[in-house]
Ligand binder design. Structure first.
Ligand code: HEC
Length: 152
């Protein structure tokens, strides 16, 4: 009788270990799936744009006090920073990104992954030359497309 209870107890432990292992495996495959999903991960793109690369600092217009206009998020802006010593060429405007009105996915990915403009041109400062991974560029594109295009 005692032996049987021990056996049942051990079997129980074995079953939970197997269950935990398969749960971990399922979790892992769910994670790797979302990282390489063909459409790009909107939430990740939002995080990269708004919390890591800070695209809004330049691509969102500002009010007279220099504060970002959140109701025109990423709708293109006049460049608000100037170099202390002249740098040529310097871009006076940053184009709209919300809704991705002016670029194809491939053009946009080339900007973010290689730092080359849609027509093969050099990007002018203060735009950064990014060398993003393709999945990050795809996520950013998915997020920008999810935003309403502005009326500017
Ligand atoms: C420090 C300011 C700044 C930041 C931050 C910034 N940009 Fe820009 N961006 C610019 C300016 C200025 C231009 C215009 C460059 C030009 O005309 O050569 C530009 C141009 C672009 C272009 C168009 C390139 C072309 O040649 O037409 C794209 C696309 C772009 N930015 C996307 C982004 C994205 C996405 C982010 C965030 C991941 C970002 N930018 C962050 C300032 C910035």
């Amino acid at each position: 009788m005692r032996v049987a209870m021990w056996q049942a107890w051990l079997a129980g432990i074995a079953v939970s270990a197997v269950a935990l292992a398969s749960l971990a495996a399922a979790q892992h495959s769910a994670n790797s799936q979302s990282a390489s999903s063909p459409a790009g991960d909107i939430e990740r793109g939002k995080y990269l744009v708004n919390d890591v690369a800070m695209c809004g600092e330049c691509h969102t217009p500002r009010n007279a006090n220099g504060e970002l206009k959140y109701d025109a998020w990423l709708q293109g802006a006049t460049t608000w920073v100037r170099p202390v010593a002249p740098i040529q060429p310097w871009a006076d405007t940053a184009p709209p990104l919300a809704g991705m009105p002016s670029f194809t996915d491939t053009q946009f990915a080339t900007v973010l992954e290689q730092g080359i403009g849609p027509e093969g041109e050099t990007l002018r400062p203060p735009m950064h030359i990014y060398h993003m991974h393709h999945d990050d560029a795809k996520a950013i594109i998915a997020y920008l497309k999810s935003l309403p295009a502005g009326n500017r």
